[in-house]
Design a protein around this ligand. Sequence first.
Ligand code: ADE
Length: 231
Amino acid sequence: MEIDVFTLFPDAFGWFEHQRHVVGAIEHGHRLRYVNYRDHTPLSAGQVDDAPFGGGAGMVLRVDVVEAALRARYATDPVELRRTRRVIALTPSGRLLDDALVDELAAAEALTLLSGRYEGFDQRVLDHFASDQVSIGRYVLAGGELAAMVVCDAVLRKLPGALGHEHSALEESYSKALDRAPEYPHYTRPAEFRGWSVPEVLLSGHHARIHDWRLAQSRLRAGAAPDPPLA
Ligand code: ADE
């Protein structure tokens, strides 16, 4: 998997890059790179944004600036690029990110993430360069960097090798393995603390019973009726 993040603030990813699963993914050959729109702007003085036509607050990331950055990275017309590569603009009104979308993105060979700033993108970026728009929630962030990090985090931890333990991303909240239900509860030592004990079944060493209990807990959390007890 190769992820390219287009941003005005590549330094914002410094902390994220040192997270264990990100380091793990990169050690396994996955790539995470940044393109700074400002490095490729055709405008003078590093200009990348402009006031919106029609007036209003804030500044809009220019379509010519985004095109120049995409062309510099891929040496192709971005209108063509989106036919062969997922070019995802991070926007508050895009498709909501959930585990199913993360699975879909993790299956791609390459992703391009476009972070916006200020009032967002000129609409022509979304209409002609982006293949998708993704939102991490129905609220507005000051920029797409945090949203891009959320997407990268969720996608990278799904990739083989990222978590060290191959199975840790399989049976988790909202995964297919749990029918998209929330995950079951976890406990660790001490088995007894302030009178709060761990469910007996987890200490039983009986793997089939533990598995059934976990699935039932997950279904309960999803609001589904638990399986009737076996006769
Ligand atoms: N950019 C600003 N707000 C955003 C959000 N909620 N999701 C994705 N990108 C954004």
